[in-house]
Write a protein that binds this ligand. Structure first.
Ligand SMILES: C[S@@+](CC[C@H](N)C(=O)[O-])C[C@H]1O[C@@H](n2cnc3c(N)ncnc32)[C@H](O)[C@@H]1O
Length: 321
């Protein structure tokens, strides 16, 4: 069975990310999530040099054909690595400071649309879900993990309220080898009726994907990495697609900007601890109705952006690996 053709990935909140990063000719910008290169294209067109990361070998292979990779010196440098390794990878390339870091976390349309990658519950494919096409797969997890661990993943990363029921059904149906089988087991456990507005398998698939790829840990480490490599005045822009990720970004920026919880909303915010590494971020930016109409996949996106201060980075040891 040949996989269905993948629809091109339409970059989300592109104009807003460009406005937040404001890349100038000669700037050095990190695109932590190359994907189909929508952001990278815009940064290159603005005259910047881009160091782009993606853990998906298919994404990197497509990027290798871009003419900017063959300029002398190259204006596009591709890193087939996890973005949590940003600091080390840039250091290996002789880069210690950058002007901007963009992140657009989650999966690309190409990954979602190709049944063989095993991310989609709407098309039948092998139960894989690895972005990097290596390491333990979703099948390894659902077939090998204890029921309680599966329930925890579904609850913590999918916010699935019936996580125990679904985990029990998964264990009873083992071994599961395809996305279709897993989707059916989840739907049956939750009493899904075709035609219901949202497929209940959505939450379980999201949870297992986040677990298999260690996505939340990756995000936290990459935010610390960005703090370490951004110059004073450099800009960070992060687009995320669900509340767990957005919470991490929001909390990171809040901590980095030096805000601690207020005893009362009538009292000023206290700043204690290390000097703020980012200026107080502006409000979260959401796609316009027009963008959501053009690109329904934008509907759950949130952009948060902030400007780096001159303070030394916190958490240096977490980036040492
Ligand atoms: C939403 S897409 C990015 C789309 C891109 N902004 C564009 O306009 O084409 C996310 C990409 O990030 C990659 N990715 C996700 N997590 C990653 C990580 N921890 N390290 C490296 N790449 C990652 C995925 O493989 C995917 O290709």
């Amino acid at each position: 069975m040949s996989p269905p053709a993948s629809s091109p990935h339409v970059p989300v909140l592109l104009a807003e990310v460009l406005a937040a990063l404001d890349p100038r000719p000669g700037d050095l910008v990190v695109d932590a999530t190359f994907g189909a290169g929508g952001y990278t294209r815009a940064f290159l067109d603005a005259g910047a040099t881009v160091h782009a990361f993606d853990r998906d070998p298919d994404a990197i292979a497509a990027g290798r054909a871009w003419p900017e990779t063959r300029e002398t010196p190259p204006r596009l440098v591709l890193h087939p690595r996890r973005f949590s390794e940003m600091v080390a990878a840039l250091a290996e390339a002789g880069v210690s400071r950058v002007d901007g870091v963009a992140m657009d976390v989650g999966v690309s349309s190409m990954q979602l649309d190709q049944a063989e990658r095993g991310f989609a519950f709407s098309a039948d494919g092998p139960l894989d879900m690895t972005m990097s096409r290596e390491g333990p797969t979703a099948a390894d997890f659902v077939n090998g993990a204890p029921e309680s661990a599966i329930a925890d993943v579904l609850f913590n990363y999918g916010e699935e309220r019936q996580s125990r029921r679904v985990a029990r059904a998964i264990v009873a149906a083992r071994p599961l080898t395809t996305t279709g089988e897993l989707a059916q087991v989840v739907r049956k456990a939750l009493g899904y009726r075709p035609g219901a507005p949202k497929d209940p398998a959505t939450r379980s698939f999201q949870a297992i994907r986040i677990h298999v790829n260690g996505e939340l840990d990756e995000l936290e480490r990459a935010l610390n990495g960005a703090e370490q490599v951004l110059r004073s005045g450099g800009r960070l822009a992060v687009v995320s697609f669900h509340s767990l990720e957005d919470r991490i970004v929001k909390q990171f920026l809040r901590d980095a900007a030096g805000a601690t919880a207020r005893a009362s909303r009538h009292l000023p915010e206290m700043t204690t601890g290390p000097a703020p590494t980012f200026e107080k971020p502006g409000k979260a930016i959401r796609p316009s109705d027009a963008e959501i109409l053009r690109n329904p996949r934008a509907r759950s996106a949130t952009l948060r952006a902030a400007v780096r201060t001159a303070a030394p980075p916190r958490n240096l040891e977490e980036q040492a690996a």
